[in-house]
Design a protein around this ligand. Sequence first.
Ligand SMILES: C[S@@+](CC[C@H](N)C(=O)[O-])C[C@H]1O[C@@H](n2cnc3c(N)ncnc32)[C@H](O)[C@@H]1O
Length: 228
Amino acid sequence: MTMIAISGVLLMAAAALAALRIPAAPGIAVSIAVGLLAMVAVHAHTTLRGKFAVWAGILSGLGLKGNERVLDLGCGRGAVLLAVAKLLPSGRAVGVDIWSTSDQSGNSAEATERNAKAEGVADRVEVRSGDVRALPFPEASFDLVVSSMAIHNIRERDGRKSALDEAIRVLQEGGRLAIVDFMVVDEYVEHLRLRGMQDVELRPLGWRFWYGGPWLGASLVRATRPAL
Ligand SMILES: C[S@@+](CC[C@H](N)C(=O)[O-])C[C@H]1O[C@@H](n2cnc3c(N)ncnc32)[C@H](O)[C@@H]1O
C-alpha cells in the first residue's frame, strides 16, 4: 500500500511537470519509473526468495539439536514454520494464526497443512487457530518461539505487548525468542528488556528483507528467557 501511495504521488508530480511543459519532465518521469520498477523488483525478491534465505540463516544460527518444541506466532501459510520443521527430525513445530486473508492471501489452516505435506514434514507439524495475544498453550511449552512479519499487524501497542508477554509465558526457562518484523521493533526490544528477558538484541537484516526499500526493512529481535 505504501508503494502504491508513493507511486501515485510521484506520477502525479511528473504529470504536473509535463502539463506545465517543463523541459526536464520526461527525464524526471523516466527516473520515477526506474525507481518504482526497482522497488517492485526488491519487493518481489524479498517475498519470493530473500525472506526464505534470511530465515534459513537465522535458524541455522540457532544451533538446534533437532528435538526442540518450536512455536511460530502468525505462521500464515508456513514459510518459517516448515523451514524450522525440517530442522526438527525428533521435535515438533507448532504454528498458530488467526488466518487473516488481508495479511496474507490464501491464508488458511488447510493451506498450511497442505504445504506441510508437500514439504514432507506433516508428521512433525501442528497447525492451530488462535490469537497470539492469548495463546492456547500452557506455560513453558516451547524451547523456541519464532515469528515473521506477524506481530506488527496488531494495531494497538498494548496488543503487541500482550503478544510478547504470551511468547515469554509459553517459553521454558532458557528458551529463545526470534522475531523478524519491521516498523515497531524498537518497541519489542524495550518491552522484552522491561520483562527481564536476557541477551536482547536487534539486528537489521539487510536488502534481502526490504519490502521495497530500506524504509521498509525488517530486523531480527532475539532474546532469551532467563533460567531461575
Ligand atoms: C504477513 S503474514 C506473515 C505470515 C508468515 N509468518 C510468513 O512470514 O509468511 C502475517 C500473519 O500474521 C497473522 N496474524 C495477524 N494478527 C494475528 C494475531 N493477532 N494472532 C495470530 N496471528 C495473527 C496473519 O493472519 C498472517 O498469517
